[in-house]
Design a protein around this ligand. Structure first.
Ligand code: BGC
Length: 760
């Protein structure tokens, strides 16, 4: 094999730079340095630029397929990475082109958007975050990595760690919601899940994206301008990114947006100064799709050549799909606009990633037909997908215990998402095959058993708006539009005969994810009409929601007794939802993003500031609306269970602490309802007076606990000085002596509080 000529002597087979004791780690580091330096020493400028270039594979009916021109480029050494190519056979074929035909036999790195599963699809990330179960999220990322690596992939473009507070933005579906602290924990868990403890061939390199600020696009319009203060950047946007650096993430992706007038992909301060220097990040940085070329549209450069110079000089290491580096960088180096040293640093980072993945030792390490056959969509993986899906559901309302449903009598299942497979796996569903997903009707029949009569009627189209339906279908939406009046009539006939009505309504998967901003985030009018008519029957109705963002549900909340949020729950959606509907599983999910009462309230999130004129219904001149309350319909942290929990007042072991002390906080939680169940016990703090104003509440910890019915448990938390720190008036990260409050409760709104002081 050609590649052996350059690799055998110096490369260990499976290498992790993080999992070893210090001396061993240092030895590996120095072996890698030697190997990579030696290789860079042999490379021409063209070969170096080739390593910084990434192209997509296309998708043919038979599977991934690459353009002829790209094949030539691979064989000439002008490509360092391919994305959207998978399967062991196909990636082997491309890898052979690179290692057999190029002068230095450098392997390709294969990337792909493995966002919530590769072929076994888990709930969308926003849904999964509602489980507040870090171990479960780590596990789903780990399974996704195992399947992806068995299918020829080395690298996933996940996790997305953008804090998002504007549900009009379709990409809220891809993240972990609105909270910085929880978002950082989830970001770390996902990196650990994807990367595991070593790159042994069964894990993949993670990519933290989109660096940075993408969740703050104006008006929730995708790709739009971001204009945030330095404080918002440091307090709210950057912490989850930093958390993944600390967790050892292998790569970063820049965002499409500008920050303070400079597109992220040209933002030297953001990429080079903060990420690479201040945070000492050693991995590589890839752009988002053609983000370098798009700078010409942004208007910070005159042409693509200047865009390439701005990007590489800002610290970008790989050009995704734009072919700007490959076209212009050589000329830029010759003109002295880009230093060879800058190119070398970028090449080093890319080659080190390949080295760490073990690709120099064996470029075909991830092409394992046998693993692909046995591990992908295994029974165990599907079982985990079902379990994690159930954990992600949030019970928003359950008046008079309409849920769980009895396993007897007759049920009408109504709604366009009731017997649907395509939408179950959601957006960004990797290589998932929606035909293999379990729809709700199928799941309900299987779980309820023969004692229940279940009749289905579609009732309405997802949307009767032709423009929206056409946009969905042009992207594989599979939406079939039927006569709305006939659908409604049929649904009313079915509903009239039933004891209970389950309505499966919401969004189609294509209404969420990238490029799916909505100005109206209610359930589409076609389905609202159906809901209004069904309501007139006066029967118990359970709303099963499927959607990728918070929806405005004021009417639904006022009219229906039970509402279960199920997001897009993945391959096992139907089974998992049925488990919850029929009481085989007691839901315990909690929202990680607030559900507004109306679009006019946006942004609405729990860790708001107080203002000089806090909302006061008796004071006209206070910060409020004339027509609506300030608070969301369902707040951050909110979610019910089939059982109920009571909390005692929090007890603190000290009234005053010093910076070196630990403060022990405890609370007794009792399950005083009729079911065993889990509760997410949430702890928030408030710094009452700060050198800069502080949020009313900030999450600092939580515990997810299981309690048998009738059981009480003392839940203990420890707060340290680190939990009290923030960026002070001089942007120094520190705590300030003074009064604090600690709040404990079942969600961010319903808490009980206690006070303490931090002394000098
Ligand atoms: C998205 C990224 C994604 C990339 C590659 C872009 O359009 O913004 O999140 O990783 O495409 O598919």
């Amino acid at each position: 094999m050609y590649y052996r000529k350059i690799s055998c002597a110096v490369v260990a087979a499976a290498i992790t730079m993080s999992g070893f004791a210090q001396p061993k780690k240092a030895a590996l580091q120095s072996k890698m340095d030697q190997f990579v330096s030696n290789l860079i020493g042999k490379m021409t400028l063209d070969e170096k630029i080739g390593q910084l270039t990434q192209y997509t594979s296309d998708m043919a009916l038979t599977g991934p397929s690459i353009r002829a021109g790209y094949k030539d480029d691979i064989q000439k050494g002008n490509v360092g990475s391919i994305f959207n190519a998978y399967t062991p056979a196909y990636t082997r074929q491309l890898q052979e082109m690179a290692v057999k035909n190029t002068r230095l036999h450098i392997p390709l790195i294969f990337g792909y958007d493995v966002i919530h599963g590769h072929k076994t699809i888990f709930p969308i990330p926003l849904g999964e975050s509602s489980s507040w179960d870090l171990a479960a999220m780590e596990k789903s990322a780990h399974i996704a990595a195992a399947e992806a690596s068995a299918d020829g992939l080395h690298w996933t473009f996940a996790p997305m760690v953008d804090i998002a507070r504007d549900p009009r933005w379709g990409r809220v579906a891809e993240g972990a919601g609105e909270d910085v602290w929880l978002g950082s924990q989830i970001a770390k868990a996902r990196v650990k899940g994807f990367q595991g403890t070593s790159f042994d061939g069964t894990t993949v390199m993670a990519c933290t994206k989109h660096y940075a600020g993408y969740g703050f696009v104006q008006g929730g319009r995708d790709y739009n301008v971001v204009d945030v203060s330095n404080r918002t950047l440091w307090e709210t946007i950057l912490p989850p990114f930093k958390a993944t650096v600390d967790a050892g993430v292998g790569s970063f992706m820049t965002s499409f947006n500008e920050i303070a007038g400079v597109p992220s992909t040209a933002n030297k301060w953001l990429v080079d100064d903060v990420l690479k220097k201040q945070w000492n990040y050693k991995g590589f940085v890839v752009t988002d799709y053609t983000a370098i070329n798009e700078m010409v549209n942004h208007g910070n450069v005159a042409n693509e050549k200047e865009a390439g110079e701005a990007a590489i000089n800002a610290g970008i290491d790989m050009d995704m799909q734009g072919a700007v580096f490959v076209k212009y960088l050589k000329q830029s180096v010759n003109e002295g606009k880009v230093k060879v040293q800058t190119i070398n640093d970028a090449v080093r980072r890319v080659l080190e990633a390949k080295y760490k993945l073990g690709l120099f030792a064996d470029p075909y390490k991830y092409c394992n037909e046998e693993r692909a056959k046995t591990e992908i969509m295994s029974a165990a993986n599907l079982n985990d997908a079902r379990d994690i899906a159930r954990k992600s559901f949030v019970l928003l309302k359950n008046y008079q215990q309409v849920l769980p449903l009895k396993k007897s009598g007759s049920i009408a299942l109504i709604g366009p998402l009731g017997d649907d497979k395509r939408d179950m796996i959601g957006n960004w569903s990797g290589a998932g095959d929606w035909h293999k997903a379990v729809g709700l009707l199928e799941g309900m029949k299987a779980v309820a058993g023969p004692g229940v009569e279940i009749n289905y009627a579609k009732g309405a189209n997802i949307s009767d708006n032709k423009s929206i339906v056409d946009q969905m279908n042009s992207q594989g939406g599979e939406l079939v539009t039927d006569d709305p009046d006939a659908l409604l009539k049929q649904a009313m006939d079915v509903a009239r005969k039933a004891d209970v009505i389950v309505m499966a309504v919401g969004e189609s998967q294509g209404m969420t994810g990238e490029a799916t901003s909505r100005s109206d985030i209610s359930i589409p009018e076609s389905q609202q009409r159906l809901m209004r008519e069904i309501y007139t029957l006066g029967k118990p109705v359970v709303l099963v929601l499927m959607n990728g963002r918070p929806l405005t549900l004021t009417w639904e909340d006022a009219h229906f007794p039970a509402i279960l949020e199920t997001w897009f729950a993945g391959t096992e959606a139907g089974n998992a939802i049925a488990d919850v509907l029929f009481g085989n599983y007691n839901p315990a999910g909690k929202l990680t993003i607030s559900f507004p009462r109306s679009v006019g309230q946006i942004p609405v999130y729990y860790d708001m500031k107080k203002t000089g004129r806090p909302a006061d219904p008796n004071n006209k001149y206070s910060s409020k609306y004339l027509d609506i309350a300030n608070d969301p319909l369902y707040p951050f942290g909110y979610g019910l269970s089939y059982t109920t929990f009571t909390y005692t007042q929090p007890v603190l072991d000290k009234k005053t602490i010093k910076a070196t002390d630990k403060l022990n906080v405890s609370v007794t939680v009792t399950n005083n309802g009729n079911y065993d169940g889990e509760e997410v016990v949430q702890l928030y703090i408030r710094d009452v007076v700060g050198s800069v104003t502080r949020p009313m509440k900030q999450l600092r910890n939580f515990q997810k606990v299981f309690l048998h019915k009738g059981e009480s448990k003392e839940i203990k938390f420890t707060l340290t000085n680190d939990d009290l720190k923030f960026y002070d008036a001089n942007m120094k990260y520190t705590s300030e002596p003074g009064d604090f409050k600690v709040f404990i409760g079942t969600n961010s709104r319903d808490t009980q509080e206690a006070d303490f002081k931090l002394a000098l």
